[in-house]
Ligand binder design. Structure first.
Ligand code: HEM
Length: 532
């Protein structure tokens, strides 16, 4: 596959001239000594270079992502197959990036962990983010997914509570499994997700050997305006590898950046990771024959009924030049779609779609879309103006520069022609309400997933749940176990037995004071040191 998105080589002049300047372009002749009154006297305030350097440094950090703060990224290319399974893809979508076999679209991918901060260990049990920005000829398309194919909740109103329960306690600043399972036990729809999360699928070995999934249900729209429901999945051609808790502990004791380094080194060494993009397709309707709602992100679509159909391949072949500029400032959002791709009425997806650009206006700034990593590679012409850190106008070359509004008869921007027939979404004759969906079916798939695991995966799931539930009080343990019982009797029996075993272990600290007990143990094992 041609690597057409490599950066342009710099001219010899630029390469050879390494003279330090400040940001005003003034050469810096002394970068070691501030200007002082005599060599022991006070610093003067007109030290422009010093002030520029230190004040810029003081502002080096922007707020980290409220979730998915720890991440690594890479550039690459997506190549379309032109088909979906055995059929021409145009039957289902008119999105241009998919139409021709061999058509290439540049991409940027950011992988991440979810709960903890920017430099937290990459061995933690946590879903992994897998977000892809496709710079298509029709503008950007962001596919913002995770490694696991389902999610904890189905209603976006619950997301901030969920994240608060998973993040460190507001008093101790330490993640607490009792708070985690308090939320999970009281949210029965999360039973399926924790069945994956506490199995080896909760700790992918690295970013290269993991899957990705759009999780939410989207739509594809064809030339005639007909729609189908779609789930997206990335399948790694390197294979899939997950870790046992003990293996993760081992890695973490030596290295807490292993996934970032693995990705970086693989790409530097020309061992480019690849994924195939697959879709599952369903007719766009309510599907009364299913025991779940196709718009419910806590459910898998059974592969025997809805097979994975390949639509293209992605290769990651270039590391970022600058972590902050690219990986930190990249901004993905589920609202960023191109013609031929659409939303469904999946409530979680709709809630997400507001949240991403809202947080990015706060995190990166109101002009975040102008940054090179976020800007489309296709043409942009808007009447937006102003805002912090805006550095270019979006005027079109033929536009009357005095007309930054629309409609106008004075040569301003004009609306685009419709690219195809509009998709007519479902007609609702309904009153406004707050209600759970009709087919929540919170437990059946959790039981199926448990039974579908291999023996070693089930053993690990039981062991991990036992160890973590032991840190919770009786009430929360029985809430969670009650949910697991509804998923599968054997699953419940085994977790209960494991939990009883852990609780009977004399080395186990008092459940409610686990962190203190652990800290005490570590203190006891410490070596005395001489004062320094
Ligand atoms: C990041 C909100 C569910 C995948 C984020 C961010 C927010 C957010 C605010 C930070 C974005 C930034 O600062 O740029 C939400 C809300 C959700 C939700 C409100 C549910 C209502 C999900 C789900 C998935 C997901 C279901 C998986 C399909 C991601 C990923 C990132 C992210 C991969 C990191 C993107 C990056 O690398 O920059 N989410 N999220 N989120 N979310 Fe979600």
């Amino acid at each position: 596959m041609a690597d057409d998105n490599k950066k342009q080589p710099q001219s010899n002049d630029q390469e050879e001239n390494v003279t330090l300047t400040n940001r005003q372009g003034h050469p810096v002749t002394d970068n070691q000594n501030v200007r002082t009154v005599g060599n022991r006297g006070p610093i003067t305030m007109e030290n422009y270079n010093f002030l520029e350097k230190i004040t810029h440094f003081d502002r080096e950090r922007v707020p980290e992502r409220v979730v998915h703060a720890r991440g690594a990224g890479a550039h690459g290319v997506f190549e379309a197959y032109g088909t979906v399974g055995d059929e021409p893809i145009s039957k289902y979508t008119r999105a241009k990036l998919f139409q021709e076999k061999g058509k290439q679209t540049p991409v940027f991918v950011r992988f991440s962990t979810v709960v903890h901060g920017g430099h937290s260990p990459e061995t933690l049990r946590d879903p992994r983010g897998f977000a892809t920005k496709f710079y298509t000829e029709d503008g950007n398309w962001d596919l913002v997914g995770n490694n696991l194919k389902i999610f904890f909740i189905r209603d976006p109103l619950k997301f901030p509570d969920m994240v608060h329960a998973f993040k460190p306690d507001p008093i101790t600043n330490v993640q607490d499994m009792e708070r985690f399972f308090d939320f999970i036990g009281n949210s029965p729809e999360a039973t399926h997700m924790i069945t994956f999360l506490f199995s080896p699928w909760g700790i992918p070995a690295n970013y290269r050997e993991m899957q990705g999934s759009g999780v939410n249900t989207y739509k594809w729209v064809n030339e005639a305006g007909e729609a189908v429901l779609i789930k997206y999945h990335w399948e790694p051609l390197q294979g899939i590898r997950n870790l046992l808790q003990d293996e993760a502990n081992q890695i973490q004791s030596l290295d807490f950046n292993h996934a970032t380094i693995d990705l970086y080194d693989a790409i530097e060494n020309g061992n480019y990771p690849e994924w195939e993009l697959c879709v599952q397709i369903m007719e766009d309707n309510y599907h009364p024959e299913l025991d779940f709602d196709p718009l419910d992100p806590t459910k898998l679509w059974p592969e025997d009924k809805f097979p994975f159909l390949k639509v293209g391949k992605m290769i990651l072949n270039r590391n970022p030049d600058d972590y902050f500029n690219e990986v930190e400032q990249v901004a993905f959002g589920t609202g960023v779609l191109v013609d031929g791709l659409d939303f469904s009425d999946d409530k979680l997806l709709q809630g997400r779609t507001f949240s991403y650009s809202d947080t990015q206006r706060h995190r990166v700034g109101s002009n975040y879309q102008q940054l090179p990593i976020n800007a489309p590679h296709s043409r942009v012409a808007t009447n937006h103006s102003g805002g912090q850190m805006r550095y270019q106008s979006d005027r079109a070359p033929g536009q009357n520069p005095h007309v930054n509004y629309e409609p106008s008869s004075l040569g301003g921007l004009k609306e685009a022609p419709k690219p195809g027939k509009d998709h007519e979404p479902e007609y609702y004759d309904a009153r406004l309400m707050r209600e759970k969906i009709d087919r929540p079916n919170d437990f059946a798939q959790a039981g199926e997933t448990y039974r579908n695991f291999e023996d070693w995966e089930r053993d690990e799931l039981v062991k991990n749940l036992g160890a973590n539930l032991a840190q919770c009080n009786e009430e929360i343990r029985s809430l969670v176990l009650g949910n697991i019982k509804q998923a599968d009797e054997e699953y419940h029996r085994r977790v209960q037995e494991e939990l009883d075993k852990v609780l009977a272990d004399p080395n186990m600290g008092k459940p409610l004071h686990r962190a203190h007990a652990a800290a005490k143990k570590a203190e006891d094992k410490g070596h005395d040191a001489k004062p320094y």
